[in-house]
Design a protein around this ligand. Structure first.
Ligand SMILES: NC(=O)c1ccc[n+]([C@@H]2O[C@H](COP(=O)([O-])OP(=O)(O)OC[C@H]3O[C@@H](n4cnc5c(N)ncnc54)[C@H](OP(=O)(O)O)[C@@H]3O)[C@@H](O)[C@H]2O)c1
Length: 271
């Protein structure tokens, strides 16, 4: 099914869509005819994004910090007040980190879990009654780093891996209600030039590194996965190799990751 056929006139809520991949998901959903709810924590960035995307009659921007359950409830309530329905919830909001596990502070640990995992829990919980009514769908955006415990990104890996369990549990529990879930694992993707990630102490720094997927391609895959039949999508040959390696040769995979000493996720600090 084409994206236009699947998304035309549908209500699509994309968390973390003020910039990066989320903004591109919103752009493509709008091009396919959907009504799109944009979300982020920064009102100014969100408004610039809303204006730049066009289709103002089919776009709504709602500021909400999804680490807070009441703000996730507000995001859903505001969507329902305006448009009465949610067909697709795309849990895209997230935050990355780089740094050794031994140096993590409690604040960094909490921040990572809340940004990548709790945000998806609160938003999905809040949207569930409406998704049941529309027999809608929930998508969780993960990373290849969520396929295993990668060195240098421990809390990112762990919080993304937790989405796999959430996808499994919610999908199984809600099967009879008509709500279905999708999980997609992205490889390194192009970043906005001003994107920051946290170091182990929780300080943001500019994030420069190689990438294998453009934002438009990542967004296209996420939307295809959202409307498609496959429950789990793992992108790239490296992703497929990881899936097999963790079941067939877990010891060799562990040795390889140990020897990499975090090189896979090394980044240079931009100015
Ligand atoms: N880029 C990659 O290489 C890559 C690879 C694999 C997976 N992913 C995943 O893809 C998703 C998008 O990544 P990205 O690179 O586009 O990140 P990004 O450029 O940093 O964008 C993150 C978005 O989430 C929002 N956000 C962050 N925390 C939030 C919160 N607590 N409540 C509401 N919104 C929040 C941000 O807006 P505000 O800051 O204004 O709130 C922004 O709109 C993430 O889940 C990420 O883990 C990315």
């Amino acid at each position: 099914m084409t994206l236009s056929k699947a998304l035309d006139q549908k209500i699509v809520l994309v968390t973390g869509s003020s910039r990066g991949i989320g903004r591109e998901i919103a752009r493509q959903a709008l091009e396919a005819g959907a009504k799109v709810v944009l979300n982020g924590r920064n009102p100014a960035t969100l408004e610039v994004t809303r204006s730049s995307l066009g289709h103002l009659d089919r776009t709504m921007a709602i500021v909400a910090d999804l680490t807070q359950p009441e703000e996730a409830e507000y995001l859903v309530a505001a969507t329902l007040t305006a448009w009465g329905r949610i067909d697709f919830l795309i849990n895209n909001a997230g935050l990355s980190m780089r740094g050794p596990f031994a140096e993590l502070t409690p604040t960094t640990v909490r921040t990572m879990i809340e940004a990548n995992f709790s945000s998806a829990v609160w938003t999905t919980l809040a949207a569930l009654p409406s998704l049941r009514a529309s027999k809608g769908r929930v998508t969780f955006v993960s990373s290849l780093a969520g396929l295993g415990g990668f060195p240098g990104v421990s809390l990112y890996s762990a919080s993304k891996m937790a989405l796999e369990a959430l996808h499994g549990s919610v999908g199984a529990e809600e099967r009879s209600s008509g709500v279905s879930t999708r999980l997609i694992y992205l490889p390194f993707t192009e970043n906005d030039s001003d994107k920051t990630v946290l170091d182990a102490q929780g300080n943001p720094f500019f994030h420069e590194r190689r990438w294998v997927l453009t934002q438009p391609k990542a967004a296209q895959w996420i939307l295809r996965a959202t409307v498609g039949r496959r429950r789990t999508t793992v992108l790239t040959g490296a992703g497929a190799a990881l899936v097999w390696a963790r079941f067939l040769i877990p010891g060799i995979l562990f040795c390889w990751l140990s020897r990499s000493e975090g090189r896979l996720h090394r980044v240079s600090r931009g100015s």
